[in-house]
Design a protein around this ligand. Structure first.
Ligand SMILES: Nc1nc2c(c(=O)[nH]1)N[C@H]1C(S)=C(S)[C@@H](COP(=O)(O)OP(=O)(O)OC[C@H]3O[C@@H](n4cnc5c(=O)[nH]c(N)nc54)[C@H](O)[C@@H]3O)O[C@H]1N2
Ligand SMILES: Nc1nc2c(c(=O)[nH]1)N[C@H]1C(S)=C(S)[C@@H](COP(=O)(O)OP(=O)(O)OC[C@H]3O[C@@H](n4cnc5c(=O)[nH]c(N)nc54)[C@H](O)[C@@H]3O)O[C@H]1N2
Ligand code: SF4
Ligand SMILES: [Mo]
Length: 795
């Protein structure tokens, strides 16, 4: 066991592939979790930290947004393997300070993978990269803030600055941040949600009037049918399996809709229960529909058509609460079943079996994640899920509802706090009334537009509140160029990542306290609050001493940036309480209560053990705050994503050993991968048909209607059961394949899950950097020919 960071980077030649797991979790999960924790934190720190994780008096897991059980039903070990890894990653005893940065020039760091960068340890002091310098060097906090203030006040318009947020940021920091940004004068507040559940937020706002899910944990426990579509909970929301296990024991049936047979959806061995440790565990999915990538829209339409045909419809609900039913039903009357079968890759019998399970259930919960949202038609597919819920009245009653499962632990809370490039007028009015300045009304840049603005020279400063924008975004080479165009890049971070080494002319790294750490900003113990995927808000307080005495809380850092930037502004300075904010976060919560809709008495309610649940009109009273005041059925034309001969439809997903761009390790245990990441999973018959073999080295190549050709080199071909014509590989290594303009209609979310690619024998055999990729262009007739053969790859 070594607590030292790796010296060497990933060696893909050591990769081993083979064998998939038939169950998730179990004792192996506990062993792996503990190994990670001990390696990063040592034994006693591990115990001190993990026992506080997800406890009422403890801190909220930095992993996913899955909710905690109510305080009466929590275990002493209320976390999963990947929660333990998330904690270990932050609570590591590894450190990088000034010596590290003076020993490693940027040119060298830029060659390192996100894995190597992240594994070096916690950043201990503010660092600056001066224009033209080869190394980051230390800078005082005051000078760092002054640098930011100088750049921001020097821009010809506040709209030339971009303020990104990643979803780990607390509600207090997020609220203070958006206040600063709007007082400064822009709504350029893109966030990771733009790449994540934006299609959900847009689709649900249109159909139910609020962009959030409508279920509680109890609804999952009490459901008769649970659909898990485009989601891999065994890896990405592991404690969801405990909830599914309870539901199964209460008699629920489960349908998994996924091109892959993910281990967590097959069987779960609950490590908290003797039967999970000693027995065979619990079977999860009663039916697995191995849908073809992007086939969900057609699948949900087909299920809707069958329910209509069988009259398995809640007519009272439809009549009383909905709008647009006739048009929806008319659209499905002559459904083109041939097209459905081509789009879904399923048989009619499989679809009928699923529809029968819907028909037999009087309480259905529909869960989904990135397999649904990250497509060009992600918004329509979400709306199709809403249609299914409306058809059977499965919203606003126990055991039923819409359940988008959010990613980052506080991504939903950040939106509630106003981290949004398209704020509502109500929110802005409240902000004005509370703080006495006129906030900007024009909508700002989302993530894709932010990259474009930097490319076009219309934006010049990029501030990242957490996250790793360069690696997370699509079109790696283009996004990197965009960030390099900036005059200043600033990152508030805990660990080193690629966004620090692909930088603007000048760059700052501002090291923040993590959630596992004691926050004594203003000389007193402070707590923060977060909101989970089911709109439950609660407090979080870390137990550990900070990684370095120089760290500041995100709230404190925001206040510092704000003071340095707004100092000379007579219109806003007097009314903004930065001093009060940093001396007691309760003051921020009092302001949240006044500004954020639904957060009345926020400061009082979060004091209750376990917190409180935000209002959700469709869930609470079947009232739908849409334009027509009802739940809105929508009719979308059926669509088949056709893939030309010799190509594959690629999805990009997470391994079991990563949190987004943070790579914990190199194993994807449930899918049989050890020691590497550059793999492409392909159906065995497709491998043969394309003239490759198991273990062949290939480049992934995507071609686009504008004549551009994108390449991600050096992936090992791994045979893997899935629908013919589909393929899968990990993100972020595949982001070079996805043009900025390949995104969802209506939500602008990058379509990370459907990319038509071809495999080409690779010329590279050795190591390639994890952002390796290239863009070239077809010319003349060649380009025209491509346009004719490639029907969907619009960009
Ligand atoms: N350990 C860990 N936990 C995490 C994260 C992490 O990286 N690591 N990330 C967090 C974040 S930010 C998020 S957003 C969530 C992501 O959680 P998920 O959405 O579960 O993440 P992905 O790995 O992208 O998995 C997508 C799933 O959808 C399936 N899929 C792909 N295309 C399609 C399709 O067209 N149709 C259907 N029906 N299925 C499809 C894939 O096979 C895969 O099982 O997890 C959060 N939790
Ligand atoms: N191809 C492809 N691309 C994708 C996706 C996909 O499925 N496929 N998924 C997309 C999705 S769903 C998402 S959400 C995005 C993720 O995009 P991001 O949220 O931007 O990325 P992360 O990798 O979660 O960010 C990790 C970094 O956050 C910093 N950090 C960690 N903890 C803290 C903290 O407590 N405070 C602060 N200030 N910083 C901290 C660390 O420096 C770390 O390096 O990626 C998207 N990109
Ligand atoms: S399910 Fe998510 S929130 Fe819960 S412990 Fe695991 S990673 Fe953390
Ligand atoms: Mo996400």
């Amino acid at each position: 066991m070594s607590r030292k960071p790796p010296v060497q980077d990933i060696d893909e030649t050591r990769l081993e592939a083979g064998g998939t797991a038939h169950a998730a979790a179990g004792v192996t999960a506990v062993a792996v979790a503990m190994k990670h924790a001990y390696e990063q934190m040592g034994v006693s720190r591990t115990a001190r930290t993990l026992l506080k994780l997800n406890q009422v008096e403890g801190f909220d897991c930095q992993g996913c947004a899955w909710p905690d059980p109510d305080p009466k039903h929590r275990h002493t070990a209320e976390f999963c393997e990947n929660g333990a890894k998330a904690v270990a990653e932050e609570a590591t005893t590894r450190r990088i300070g000034a010596e590290f940065f003076s020993a490693h020039p940027i040119a060298e760091l830029a060659q390192r993978s996100d894995y190597w960068l992240g594994q070096q340890g916690r950043i201990t002091e503010p660092m600056v990269l001066r224009p033209g310098a080869t190394h980051y060097e230390p800078i005082t906090w005051d000078d760092a803030f002054a640098t930011i203030g100088r750049h921001l006040t020097g821009l010809s318009s506040p709209d030339e600055a971009i303020f990104y947020t990643s979803g780990k940021v607390s509600n207090e920091a997020a609220f203070a941040y958006q206040l600063f940004v709007r007082a400064y004068g822009t709504n350029n507040l893109p966030d990771c949600s733009n790449m994540c559940h934006e299609s959900t937020s847009v689709g649900l706002a249109e159909t139910i009037g609020i962009g959030k899910g409508s279920v509680s944990l109890e609804d999952i426990h009490d459901a008769r049918l649970i659909v898990v579509a485009g989601q891999n909970p065994g890896t990405n929301h592991p404690r969801m399996l405990s909830a599914l296990e309870i539901a199964k024991r209460n008699g629920a049936r489960i349908i998994a809709i996924n091109p892959l047979r993910e281990a967590g959806l097959v069987r779960f061995k609950n490590p908290q229960k003797p039967r999970g440790v000693l027995g065979n565990g619990t079977g999860i999915a009663d039916l697995h529909l191995p849908v073809r990538i992007n086939g969900d829209l057609a699948l949900f339409q087909a299920i809707g058509a069958l329910l209509l045909e069988w009259d398995a419809v809640d007519h009272d609900f439809v009549a009383q609460y909905t709008h647009g039913f006739e048009e929806y039903a008319a659209g499905l009357r002559d459904l083109d079943w041939d097209a459905v079968l081509r789009a879904t890759g399923l048989t009619r019998a499989q679809i009928e079996e699923a529809a029968r399970m819907f028909a037999d259930s009087d309480a259905t919960v529909l869960c989904w994640a990135m397999g649904i949202t990250q497509h060009h038609n992600g918004v329509s597919t979400v709306k199709e899920l809403a249609n299914l819920a409306f058809l059977q009245g499965n919203i606003g009653k126990p055991g039923a509802g819409l359940c988008p499962v959010r990613g980052h632990s506080n991504v939903q809370g950040d939106r509630t706090m106003g981290i949004w490039e398209k704020p509502t007028e109500t929110f802005l009015d409240n902000l004005r009334d509370q703080f006495g300045f006129e906030p900007p009304r024009e909508h700002g840049y989302d993530a894709v537009a932010a990259v474009q603005a930097l490319l076009d020279g219309e934006a010049k400063v990029f501030v990242g509140m957490g996250g790793n924008f360069v690696s997370a975004m699509s079109d790696t080479q283009v996004t990197e160029q965009a960030l390099r165009n900036a005059e200043l890049t600033v990152h508030v971070s805990t660990k080193l990542n690629r966004s620090h080494v692909v930088h603007g002319r000048e760059a700052l790294i501002l090291p923040a306290l993590g959630r596992s750490e004691k926050d004594r900003t203003g000389g007193r113990p402070q707590r923060v609050t977060v909101e989970d995927s089911m709109s439950a808000v609660h407090a979080s307080q870390g137990p550990l001493a900070p990684a370095s005495e120089h760290l500041r809380s995100e709230v404190d850092i925001v206040c510092g940036m704000a003071e340095a930037t707004l100092a000379g502004r007579s219109d806003v300075t007097g009314s903004l309480p930065w001093t009060a904010f940093r001396s007691d976060y309760t003051e921020i919560r009092r302001r949240i209560a006044k500004v954020a809709p639904g957060c009345e008495d926020y400061d009082v309610l979060v004091e209750q053990p376990g917190g409180f649940v935000l209002p959700h009109p469709p869930r609470d009273s079947r009232s739908f705050p849409t334009a027509v005041g009802k739940a809105v059925f929508t009719a979308t034309p059926l669509e088949v994503l056709e893939v030309p001969e010799g190509r594959l439809l690629l999805q990009t997903m997470r391994s079991h050993d990563q949190f987004n761009t943070t790579i914990y390790g190199l194993d994807d245990r449930y899918r049989g991968i050890k020691g590497g990441r550059r793999v492409v999973f392909v159906h065995p018959d497709d491998i043969a048909a394309l003239g490759f073999g198991e273990g062949s080295m290939v480049d992934l190549v995507s071609e686009w209607r504008d004549g551009s050709v994108r390449r991600a080199p050096a992936f090992r071909v791994v045979p893997y059961e899935q629908p013919r014509g589909c393929a899968a590989a990990y993100y972020p290594e595949t982001n070079p394949l996805i043009p900025l303009a390949h995104k969802a209609d209506g939500s602008n979310q990058p379509a990370f899950k459907s990319i038509i690619v071809r495999l080409e024998a690779s010329t590279s055999t050795g190591w390639v950097p994890s952002d390796a990729g290239s863009i070239s262009h077809h010319t003349g007739d060649d380009a025209r020919a491509k346009r004719d053969t490639d029907p969907v790859q619009e960009s």
